[in-house]
Design a protein around this ligand. Sequence first.
Ligand code: ATP
Ligand code: MG
Length: 418
Amino acid sequence: MQTPAGRLSPQPWMIAPETRAVLAALDRGGADARFVGGCVRDSWLGRPVKDIDIATHAPPDAVMRMLEDGGVRAIPTGIAHGTVTAVVDRKHYEITTLRRDVESFGRHARVEFTDDWKEDAARRDFTMNALSCTPDGLVYDPFGGLADMAAGRVRFVGDARQRIREDVLRLLRFFRFHAHYGRGAPDDAAMAACRELAPLLPTLSGERVHSEIFRLLTSEDPGHVWRLMQADGVMEFLLPDAVDAARLDRMVALQHALGEGADPLLRLAATLDTERAGALTVAEDLRLSNAERDRLCAIVEPKAAVSLADDAPARRRVLYRVGNAEVYRDLVRMAAVTAPGPVALDAVKAALATADELESLRFPLAGRDVLDLGVKPGPHIGTLLRQVEAWWIGQDFRPGREECLGELRGRIALLPPP
Ligand code: ATP
Ligand code: MG
């Protein structure tokens, strides 16, 4: 029997009525339950808690019954590998039966249920993720996770090489957790294992890589971790075109300065030294959504060149050619991080604000108007429209419908007689 290594003061999420209802149902059924994983780690560090994971001795079918008896909705999310989801109001709790690995092969390791807390902790990836905490706040720390957290050290439970061989995703999780929880130099043993096993990365599914990389990119300073991954030869097996860590730094700084939230896709775009074909490869490798893929392509292959030196009319012309306010804003941000010298934040803000004008830049004529003036259908309809549109753009989009019609009439009058 282990002794607790510390105590957590009652956290709001621990004493919330929803949490209490779940714990009471398990307690009434005689199940020993503890909080595990991220909620314990983040509470210890005083960081916000995202999701609450609970582990218990009780097998999943018993957990289902206990929850139902206690009036708590129970969903058999993954009965075979021991996970039940309890839902109270809108809060979700993943309740997983203690497990130990019998055989490890990637994501679908064969597991057996156990009643040994330390065995369950031993299958977890990092010492700081192997903590558990009783409902009254006693923290168990079988592998030195509290000391590692205090030192900003992300360390594997057990042998780094072996743990990565069991599940290659842990290699990426290592860099993701280092980005969010690490301080100073990363753990030597982990880095050596990552270097050696990086060639296994292409065996991972794109969805899993996507999730880890995007979470890494939302950290405070992803650029330094990106450099570590490049120096270690990890990136070449992951995203070989994502080479520009300096631009990533600048994008992070820019988003900070603008008070924008961390935008992982934009940050990824900043690292890319590629054109459309490369962007499509990245989109495929990371299983990006169609919207994300299109956004990336629009950034690496802009329809018009955004320059922060442009005056307002020139900005409007570029915006009109780009034709999409979101894409234009992305191009402005990219222009700011790819500029050869320092850029004034005010120039970036002015350019971003220009995007709001797109709605008002509507060319007031259509093909119908040319036909109504007696021109016979044919390719010159489009030519005439484009000529008037070019004139309208040259007038800084100011002429209204009547003036444009006047310009159109003038051009029709110049046409050779049919
Ligand atoms: P967060 O949700 O804040 O990113 P977390 O620690 O809760 O962090 P999850 O991915 O939700 O991360 O996983 C919950 C716990 O499950 C982890 O803390 C860890 O103990 C364990 N775990 C998750 N993925 C793995 C893995 N690939 N190998 C070993 N243990 C893992
Ligand atoms: Mg979690």
